[in-house]
Design a protein around this ligand. Structure first.
Ligand SMILES: [Zn+2]
Length: 81
């Protein structure tokens, strides 16, 4: 069992594996992910802060997606700051 912190609601939750999203935020998670992917397609050289600003989410959330490994940044370079 692992104690995880949800990247959307910042609540701690217990799961069998390391994760970044609690079961309550699953819908938000996939929605946000699609938004980020779409944004990066148009602006591949964005920073986490630009992305967060444009999509009205926190940079923390964006960086969690990166940490999670679910975001692939193609040819563009992704700056963390
Ligand atoms: Zn959550």
């Amino acid at each position: 069992m692992v104690v995880n912190v949800c990247k959307h609601c910042q609540r701690q939750y217990i799961a069998n594996t390391k994760g970044f999203c609690c079961s309550r935020c699953k819908d938000i998670d996939s929605m946000r992910f699609e938004q980020i992917k779409a944004y990066l397609k148009h602006y591949p050289n964005s920073s986490a802060f630009q992305l967060a600003d444009a999509l009205n989410m926190t940079a923390y959330t964006v960086l969690k997606y990166v940490e999670e490994g679910s975001l692939v940044f193609g040819k563009g370079t992704f700056e963390r700051l």
